[in-house]
Design a protein around this ligand. Structure first.
Ligand code: 3AM
Length: 259
């Protein structure tokens, strides 16, 4: 028997429950009414985007993103707008967030971390080769699918997230900029590719160590630690994993780095 409830639709998608609130958008479950396929829809407040006159840039970026197809990147199917909102229709990913694993089980074995890291680098390399940069790689953007494969979300959507950040404080909703490269913190213009690789390094560190390389309750102290690459490698890392540390200012593989 029908409940008589009218489902709210966006284009051909029937909106369902709210999955969560991200850095710059609300995320809702939805279903393609033609195919039955499940999707996730990110919903943004249009006013925030328009205010910053970024619409043209965002349209350009989205056109590029539709061409990005990689097993480790969350697919972007389409983007729609209403009078007040922007709807970004995405592949629905069911396995939760990678970092929930760390929160629940602590650090990973090297083999497990290596597999996720290879998938991350594969996604990043693919996007970079198409001129698409993430600029905000961090735990909440690393999802897992049913087969325990990594899916990176929000690739190329930095213009959108930047908008909303500009309306609040820098990185308000994600707390602290632990994953951000020093040159991004300086805010003097930066290379999207190397900034992403820095964040990948921080992510790998967290997978293997179970804690962040740069942490401080005081934001200025945190900026400072990031700027001088002041971190300590955990003793349990293998020689191979330690060797991945590419801090050009460190001469040996001591456990403490402070350039
Ligand atoms: O609020 P939580 O942390 O449970 O995992 C993302 C996060 O969940 C989820 O939406 C919340 C806000 O970002 N999410 C983001 N993109 C998603 C997607 N494509 C997604 N869940 C499924 N598929």
């Amino acid at each position: 028997m029908s409940t008589g409830k009218v489902k709210r639709c966006v284009g051909k998608y029937e909106l369902g429950r709210t999955i969560g609130e991200g850095t710059f958008a609300k995320v809702r479950f939805a279903r393609n009414s033609e195919t039955g396929e499940a999707v996730a829809i990110k919903i943004l407040d249009k006013a925030k985007v328009l205010k910053n006159k970024m619409v043209e840039q965002i349209k350009r970026e989205i056109a590029t993103l539709k061409l990005i197809k990689h097993p480790n990147v969350v697919r972007l199917y389409e983007v729609m707008g209403s009078k007040t909102k922007i709807f970004i229709v995405l592949e629905f990913v069911t396995g939760g967030e990678l970092f929930d694993k760390i929160v629940n089980n602590g650090r990973m074995r090297e083999g497990e971390a290596r597999r996720y890291f290879q998938q991350l680098i594969s996604a990043v390399d693919y996007c970079h080769s198409r001129g698409v940069y993430h600029r905000d790689l961090k735990p909440e953007n690393l999802l897992l699918d049913q087969g325990d494969n990594l899916k990176v979300s929000d690739f190329g959507l930095s213009a959108l997230s930047q908008q909303v950040r500009d309306d609040g404080l820098f990185h308000t909703s994600c707390g602290t900029p632990n994953y951000v490269a020093p040159e991004v913190l300086n805010d003097r213009g930066y290379d999207g590719a190397t900034a992403d690789i820095w964040s990948c390094g921080v992510i790998l560190f967290v997978l293997l160590a179970g804690y962040l390389p740069f942490e401080d309750d005081n934001l200025m102290n945190l900026y400072n630690k990031i700027s001088v690459a002041d971190f300590t490698l955990p003793a349990w890392l293998s020689f191979g994993a330690k060797k991945l540390n590419t801090n050009p200012r460190s001469k040996s593989y001591d456990t403490h780095y402070n350039a």
